[in-house]
Design a protein around this ligand. Structure first.
Ligand code: C2E
Ligand code: MG
Ligand code: MG
Ligand code: MG
Length: 284
């Protein structure tokens, strides 16, 4: 219970609200120590070409090995990390980790790109692109194997400076993807001006394509639009083989989702890539 002002009125927080506030505060404390104690890890989810079945890239996804709660997904902590600005430090860790992974893959002759997710707060930092470049240099990681994913919403609002920095990174060989396309309200005019290579159709746009004609027609139109913009179309969250087959027929270039593979740790992904399991994934 908290006393409000000096008027003797007592405001009663509901137990639930009080508990939520404690949870939020605790989460912030836990996030800070997670960085210091090295509790973050990355898992990698492969992206498969619908043209030849090859694995062309993998997306790095953040996991938190919490000492008491087990493995936590981004949905449970990312928003708090963004509100507190801790995402900047976490993001720097992600960048360093991914740069190291890219170097190891390049050394092993693996030509898959590695995609990382970037949030608004990271792009707000003027030095972000400099730090990214430094991390890649320090690891000896070739830029051609790096892809940046920025959400559609973020892409609509980023500054001219950010666009310039993206273009420079792209000139070095990196690629840029628009993430969660179809969930924000982007303008095609704006998309045309952005230095981008790939557009990822959000899961919500492809989940019903196997059962609903309209869903399939909409997906097909959007793939046409993406190609019209000179980009490759990637479909996210493909859970069934029949979705992938339809996507191939309607011209989608690449798929990512549980139907291909779930996100895996680095060693498992390397073994999986070499084992040829990936050709079985969508072949059945
Ligand atoms: P996203 O970038 O759109 O990533 C795709 C999400 O869909 C991932 O969730 C992935 O595990 C999940 N997914 C993949 N295939 C399927 C499928 O077939 N079905 C379903 N239902 N889900 C599938 P995850 O790993 O929980 O990440 C959630 C979001 O958190 C990501 O969405 C991304 O926006 C954000 N995120 C993840 N890692 C990072 C990071 O390192 N930095 C930043 N800033 N954001 C990150
Ligand atoms: Mg993503
Ligand atoms: Mg996405
Ligand atoms: Mg998403």
């Amino acid at each position: 219970h908290a006393k409000a002002g000096g008027r003797g009125r007592t405001e009663h927080f509901s137990d639930e609200l009080a508990a939520q506030l404690t949870d939020r505060a605790q989460l912030e404390v836990d996030l800070r120590s997670a960085i210091e104690r090295g509790q973050f890890a990355l898992v990698y989810q492969p992206q498969m070409s619908l043209t030849d079945g090859r694995i062309v890239a993998a997306e790095a996804l953040l996991r938190w090995h919490h000492p008491t709660h087990g493995i936590k997904l981004p949905a449970s902590f990312l928003q708090r990390a963004e509100e507190t600005g801790l995402i900047v430090e976490i993001g720097d860790w992600v960048i360093a980790e991914v740069a190291g992974t890219i170097r190891r893959w390049a050394d092993a002759g693996m030509e898959q790109r590695l995609a990382i997710n970037i949030s608004q707060r990271q792009l707000d930092h003027a030095m972000f692109f400099r730090r990214l470049r430094d991390a890649m240099h320090a690891a000896g990681a070739p830029a051609r194997l790096l892809e940046l994913e920025i959400t559609e919403t973020l892409a609509m609002h980023c500054s001219g400076d950010v666009i310039e920095a993206m273009a420079a990174l792209r000139a070095d060989g990196a690629t840029i993807a628009i993430d969660d396309y179809g969930t924000g309200n982007s303008s095609v005019a704006r998309l045309r001006t952005l230095p981008i290579d790939r557009i990822k159709l959000d899961q919500t746009l492809v989940e019903h394509i196997a059962t609903k004609v309209e869903a399939r027609q909409i997906a097909q139109s959007m793939i046409g639009l993406i190609h019209g913009l000179g980009c490759e179309a990637v479909a996210e969250g493909i859970e069934a083989v029949d979705q992938a087959e339809i996507l191939r027929v309607i011209g989608c270039d690449v798929v990512q989702g549980f139907a291909v593979a779930e996100p895996m740790d680095e060693q498992t992904l390397i073994a999986w890539s070499r084992g040829g399991d990936q050709s079985e994934a969508l072949a059945s």
